[in-house]
Design a binder for this molecule. Sequence first.
Ligand SMILES: [Zn+2]
Length: 59
Amino acid sequence: MADSQSNARLRADAGAPISGGPAVLPFQTCDGCERAFRAPEPGHCRDCRRREEWLPAAA
Ligand SMILES: [Zn+2]
């Protein structure tokens, strides 16, 4: 029975980051829509940040 062992190896192969590649960013929760997104630090997700750029700052 080497099922668990081969599964673990498969998952490691698929999920292991390639050394020298981009670092895997941690998940953050968007301050605007509470969506989970990857970023180096907390803030707004890509969608919310783009929306902020497009919309004029409301008073
Ligand atoms: Zn958002």
